[in-house]
Design a binder for this molecule. Sequence first.
Ligand code: SF4
Ligand code: SF4
Length: 72
Amino acid sequence: MVEEIWMPQIDKELCTGCNDCIVTCPTDALELVSGTAVLTNPAACNYCAECETICPVEAIALPYQIVLGSDL
Ligand code: SF4
Ligand code: SF4
């Protein structure tokens, strides 16, 4: 059995190290490493997408997330 777990993908080329996602993450899954956000504690991530929402340069993507809303 294969269990697939989707984790936030952080584009190191885009990340400016602004720290916004790290202070926003409710589970402390992210840390700044050498000036770039890194998912250092993936087991803590609950896939809430707050990091993706807060990132000002769209460096974080949560692939395969299904968003339900009325403004599609
Ligand atoms: S998806 Fe949520 S829990 Fe996971 S790293 Fe981003 S802010 Fe933290
Ligand atoms: S919010 Fe975006 S630019 Fe800022 S540290 Fe996180 S990934 Fe990098």
